[in-house]
Design a protein around this ligand. Structure first.
Ligand code: KIV
Ligand code: ZN
Length: 520
């Protein structure tokens, strides 16, 4: 074991593996906002993207690399020269740059996907690591599908890449197939039997297909892993990756058992979770451990009684330790700009990235409508600011609905600064509203997802609407928040249309050079 024997590094891949999952794409500005939050959290490594995937990915990695000061920033790379060059160029400006090179090692992947022999895979891995090592010290090597690979072969592959200069060896459970007992044994065996295995950091990267990602990551730690790869809220391919908040709080809460902790500032966990959810428009399940709305709620009378007598009867973590105010009422209509800005800062919102005056005006507006403004409301207010050009602006929405007539909506909207208005009928007021808006914009999007969420409790709660629309092959999402869900729905669609226009224009600028679509 190397010097980190008493703590586990947190490698965050929200911006790469997380962002890869459908509906979780982010534009460069959004990735920067997440990266800044990751730095506040104190993660050790940020995987900022896959630089060779597209010009947008390259730009995002480069911008994150320049913005982040403490964590290692790295880019994913295949064992290809062009990939390695792109990855190295993207992290060139980082204070602590790194590269993450991967190739599959299971016979299934070798035979069916790569068409390579075991020796050819070793040669490719060693060649890639050696090439990168000429330019950079920090090299993580991943054996994709490691949990379904032959263990003797894994020891050989890892031994060779360590000899070539890899400093971190990652053992991905790419398909979420692993079980904790075997994972623990695998890490112990790899560390013992890999030549040089005692000189590098062993890393776990688990997917959650069987709901075992956190258990497997913790078992890996028991087996000797000193880095866990994870994402905020567990977003990621298919059923997601290991949830950062679960692993961090498990190690902290059961330090008696694991004997190791992390260097995460746990008070930033809840702000990070909320911020990501707002940015990608994917709500958090109420029962999600640590960050779900019910994670610290006590509904049953017998539980409430116990908690009132002694909170430890039913709570193993303190809400404030994860950054959740047990009484999250913070501001009201008499609160000033200073208190407002202060609270946003405490919640991890980077004031540089938002228009504080505009956000404050919206806060006052909301405080007038609601008596009490909660942290969740503030997240919603702050999340509205993005760098997406506002081609369309919603001016007004009027709706009519009765049991006798078809629901209708009249929408006023500026299109490139010129105000226009349109009325439409629909299957409901939201449908009517969407028809009126899309006719004004002159597009015919397919609505692929529409989701309403009450951000805070009570009938005067802010409603948060996220929608995903498709126009030709461009898929974008939009969000809107308002105390009236119809208005929130209209804002969400207008937001999506602005993102569509921004994406379309960017695509025109790059002349279709894009390999994989990235945000907004
Ligand atoms: O799941 C996986 O195997 C990966 C690798 C690229 C590390 O994400
Ligand atoms: Zn993965």
């Amino acid at each position: 074991m190397v010097d980190q024997a008493d703590w586990v590094k947190i490698f965050d891949t929200t911006l790469r593996d997380g962002e890869q999952s459908p509906g979780c794409t982010m534009n460069v500005q959004e990735k920067l906002a997440v990266a800044q939050q990751l730095e506040l959290l104190g993660v050790d490594v940020i995987e900022a993207g896959f630089a060779a995937a597209s010009p947008g990915d390259f730009e995002a990695v480069k911008r994150v690399a320049a913005a982040v000061k403490i964590p290692v920033v790295l880019s994913l790379s295949r064992t290809r020269e062009a990939d390695i060059e792109r990855a190295l160029a993207a992290v060139d400006g980082a204070a602590n740059p790194g590269i993450h090179i991967f190739i599959a090692t299971s016979d299934l992947h070798l035979e069916q996907k790569l068409g390579m022999s075991r020796q050819e895979v070793i040669d490719a891995a060693v060649w890639a690591v050696s090439l990168a090592k000429r330019n950079i010290d920090y090299i993580e090597f991943s054996a994709e599908d490691a949990s379904r690979s032959d263990v003797d072969y894994l020891c050989e592959v890892f031994g060779e890449v360590i000899r070539a200069g890899a400093t971190v060896c990652n053992v991905p459970d790419t398909t979420g197939y692993a079980v904790p007992e075997k994972t623990r044994a695998l890490f112990a065996r790899l560390e013992a039997d890999t030549p040089g295995g005692d000189k590098i950091v062993w890393s776990a990267h688990c997917h959650n297909d069987l709901g075992l990602a956190t258990s497997n990551s913790l078992a890996a730690v028991e087996g000797g892993a000193r880095q866990v790869e994870c994402t905020i809220n567990g977003i990621g391919e298919r059923a997601g990756n290991t949830s950062m908040e679960e692993v961090v709080m498990a190690l902290r809460t059961r330090k008696d058992h694991f004997g190791v902790g992390t260097r995460i500032n746990t008070r930033q966990i809840y702000p990070a979770s909320q911020k990501l959810s707002q940015i990608i428009g994917v709500p958090i399940a109420p029962t999600k451990p640590v960050v779900g709305a019910n994670a610290f709620a006590h509904e049953a009378g017998i539980h409430q009684d116990g908690v009132l007598k002694n909170v430890a009867t039913y709570e193993i973590m303190r809400p404030e330790d994860v950054g959740l105010q047990s009484n999250s009422l913070v501001l009201g209509k008499h609160s000033g700009r200073h208190a407002f800005a202060n609270r946003l800062r405490e919640l991890g919102v980077d004031l540089e990235t938002i228009d504080v005056n505009d956000a404050f005006a919206r806060f006052k507006d909301l405080a007038d409508k609601k008596k009490e403004v909660y942290d969740e409301d503030l997240f919603a207010i702050a999340a509205k600011d993005t760098d997406v050009p506002q081609l369309y602006r919603l001016v007004n929405v009027e709706i009519s609905s009765s049991l006798r007539t078809a629901p209708g909506a009249t929408v006023a909207m500026t299109v490139e600064g010129v105000e226009r208005s349109n009325s439409a009928e629909g299957d409901g007021v939201v449908d009517a509203c969407y028809k009126a808006i899309t006719e004004l914009a002159g597009v015919e999007p397919k609505l692929e997802r529409y989701q309403v969420e009450a951000i805070t409790g009570g009938t005067d709660a802010i409603g948060h609407v996220s929608c995903v629309i498709r126009i030709d092959d461009i898929v974008v999402r939009g969000h809107g928040s308002h105390t009236d869900v119809i208005m929130a729905s209209a804002f969400a669609l207008v937001d999506a249309l602005n993102r569509y226009e921004s994406r379309r224009m960017r695509r025109e600028e790059t002349n279709g050079e894009t390999v994989r679509e990235v945000g907004p």
